[in-house]
Design a protein around this ligand. Structure first.
Ligand SMILES: *Cc1c(COP(=O)(O)O)cnc(C)c1O
Length: 419
């Protein structure tokens, strides 16, 4: 059933519906781009204001005073974030950006030897990750061919078998996404990690599109490291500080890129000429934390702590299921789904259409915010914490109108600078 009544019924049964009011949603707009930039919540806004207040009140003493002393904030928020990635508190720290954290982790864990000297990644991964991998390889004076890419058979997804097959004896480290940024496919992290370890490969995951959308068990599955941004499903704000996980079995491994904020806290201000690194994931921080960009994450995380990631995942699956049903029923034979149809899909749908760029422009003009992925993809993310089933229903009606009446032809089929 794809009627509006069905949508309203699903909204009535929804236990997370109450959180929508905590977010700044624009009147008359249906925001389906939370997989690129999550919306501001009142709690995140408040935690920024609280932080500013501590600066106003304490000046330099804010490092050790106030509700959230800045000196410990990265570790404290790491601890707060740990349940979302299934980690122990000490295994997570919020620091850097996704890309700089990947650099740090590769600088730490990619130690090429005569026999093992390649990094395995996949050809569908986000370019920044591949650029980082390529440059780390170059830093070791190894040729480009030492980045080995798992191929996709259909251009949208990557099979577990293909990944495992690519885990040859010359691979030292593998870096893969938990959820692919285009198709939204969820990889089987447990099986992949197990296979990597059986072959002596260190493995790390990019959680950019999975954190805050699907639950993780990084500690339990024994993943070696992970990294992510907090501004997509986590709603931490544009350019907010990122996160990293290092499994406790690696505690004590010297950071590849050292800096004084990787020091053991009690030693940092001894200001010695050699570092005494923190005994946990804190060791992989580099310089002074970006306190103002950490601030909103506290408020953003408090919503997840209350709502629970399992409930978020359950609603997210129901939202995308309902959206697919509506699209298949209301707009048949128009789009191809690039996302997996089963429960190996993440938090967004990926619709493929030749006119995708201008359909996205028309959607935006009509109050629906999607995002476009060149050359022909439309990503739609109904977000559990702030989107309703009724919004999904409306968004599909608007999409239907645009493709049936071809109003997208009023736009150029070309991406904007940011898409
Ligand atoms: C969003 C995203 C990034 C962004 O990296 P930044 O360093 O935050 O700019 C990197 N990798 C993936 C897979 C992403 O989805």
């Amino acid at each position: 059933m794809t009627t509006i009544e069905k949508a309203r019924l699903l909204d009535q049964q929804d236990t997370l519906g109450k959180y929508a009011d905590e977010f700044y949603k624009k009147e008359g707009q249906i925001y389906l781009d939370g997989n690129s930039l999550g919306l501001l919540s009142k709690r995140a806004e408040q935690s920024v204001l609280t932080l500013l207040d501590s600066w106003r009140q304490y000046g330099i003493d804010g490092w050790t005073s106030g509700e959230h002393p800045w000196f410990y904030l990265s570790e404290k928020l790491g601890e707060y974030c740990a349940p979302l990635v299934g980690a122990k508190s000490k295994e997570v720290v919020l620091t850097g950006s996704t890309t700089t954290n990947l650099h740090q982790l590769l600088a730490t864990f990619f130690k090429p030897t005569e026999k093992r000297n390649k990094i395995l990644a996949d050809e569908l991964n986000f370019p920044s990750d591949l650029y980082a991998v390529a440059s780390q390889i170059a830093l070791h004076n190894l040729p480009e061919s030492h980045m080995k890419l798992v191929k996709s058979e259909d251009g949208q997804t990557i099979s577990t078998e293909a990944i495992i097959e690519a885990m040859t004896d010359d691979v030292a480290v593998a870096v893969l996404p938990a959820v692919l940024y285009r198709s939204g496919q969820v990889l089987d992290l447990q099986a992949i990690t197990k296979a990597a370890h059986e072959r002596g490969i260190i493995i790390g995951f990019d959680l950019c599109h999975s954190i805050g959308s699907i639950p993780h068990q990084l500690h339990e599955i024994g993943a070696d490291f992970a990294f992510w941004c907090n501004y997509k499903h986590l709603n931490g704000g544009p350019g907010s500080v990122a996160g990293l996980f290092v499994h406790e079995k690696h505690f004590g491994t010297a950071p590849g890129l050292a800096g004084w904020f990787g020091s053991a806290k009690e030693k940092q201000f001894d200001l010695e000429t050699t570092i005494s690194a923190a005994p946990d994931a804190g060791a992989y921080q580099i310089g002074t934390p970006h306190i103002l960009s950490l601030a909103p994450i506290e408020g953003a995380l408090s919503i997840f702590a209350e709502a629970g990631i399992d409930a978020v995942r359950e609603k997210s699956l129901a939202l995308t299921e309902y959206m697919m049903e509506c699209i298949m029923h209301e707009i048949p034979n128009t789009f191809t789904f690039g996302n997996p149809l089963d429960e190996t899909r993440g938090g967004h749908l990926f619709l493929v259409h030749d006119e995708a760029a201008r359909i996205c422009k028309a959607l935006k003009e009509n109050g629906v915010v999607p995002d476009f992925r060149a050359p022909n993809g439309i990503r739609l993310a109904p977000v559990a914490l702030y989107n309703s089933f009724e919004e999904v229903w409306h968004a599909v009606q608007i999409l239907k109108d645009i493709v049936f009446n071809k109003t997208y032809e009023n736009h150029e089929n070309k991406r904007d600078i940011i898409a």
